[in-house]
Design a protein around this ligand. Sequence first.
Ligand SMILES: NC(=O)c1ccc[n+]([C@@H]2O[C@H](COP(=O)([O-])OP(=O)(O)OC[C@H]3O[C@@H](n4cnc5c(N)ncnc54)[C@H](O)[C@@H]3O)[C@@H](O)[C@H]2O)c1
Length: 290
Amino acid sequence: MMSIHDKGMEMELQGMQLSGKVAVVTGAASGIGLALTERFLAEGMSVVMADIEAEVLHEQADRLLATGAAVTAVVCDVSDAEQVAALRDAAVAAYGAVHVLCNNAGVASGGSTWRTKPAVWDWIVGVDLLGVAYGVNAFVPLMIEQGEGHIVNTASEAGICATPMLGAYHAAKYGVVGLSEALVMELAGTGVGVSCLCPELVRTKVFESTRNAPAHLGLRKPEAVSMEMLESVMQTTALDPAVVAGNVTDAIVEGRFWVITHASTHTRVAHRNDRQQQGLTPEMLPMGVK
Ligand SMILES: NC(=O)c1ccc[n+]([C@@H]2O[C@H](COP(=O)([O-])OP(=O)(O)OC[C@H]3O[C@@H](n4cnc5c(N)ncnc54)[C@H](O)[C@@H]3O)[C@@H](O)[C@H]2O)c1
């Protein structure tokens, strides 16, 4: 009897050549999104850079334009479905097609899950999960019509195993993983591929996410102590975003769903799954476990 693992029954993705193609990257003004933008440009693509932080977005886009790169900047809040649909329209108006969409914009805010305020839940889930969902709503029909496309959803290691004090972030990122797994199955045979990016720490401004929090949340000044702790972790174990952008590029070209950037993620997921199968309560393995 054939099993799902037998060759021929596996649902492999089609890879895509990138030169001459068009990418849309959300959260493109900083960190992983900026690194993706730079890598795609180096691959010979045109890039629509989208971000909520208008000033930094325009600074970065102008810097790249000055090098002769084909970039267009669009200010967009991904937690607003209408703005994401307008982003698609702006990309099509600028370049006539969209071949790669990186639903990458994201924010994080720590704190105990049971004390997280409704407005903070709205912000984290709105950007990290609904931002991805709205990207899928807006761009997948266009890609199906083109018969070609690739969606890259930025989840996190935090989307496949959990640590304390990040409950809202985990809820959103587990959601992105589930959404992406469903989507790749639904899009089989359409010419549209899906990848799910699950990094552990990357050297970016993610721990300064509250810079973009709605003012009424009162989150814009994070606690100094936790920031110092997190920044020291960032300097020691975090990956260069350019490495992550390279991993994503390989996944699109090779047609690979999972983009796992740190080997230690496999250890932590295996630990979680082992305990689940044994009926044991979740327990945290320290960051950086090999
Ligand atoms: N840095 C890490 O260690 C790490 C690990 C796992 C996953 N991630 C994920 O990577 C993604 C990119 O984050 P990063 O680490 O590069 O952080 P970053 O803060 O450097 O970049 C995030 C970008 O998203 C933008 N953004 C925030 N809210 C937005 C909104 N509502 N609409 C549009 N843009 C918005 C920000 O202005 C910023 O430019 C996020 O989804 C994050 O959750 C990061």
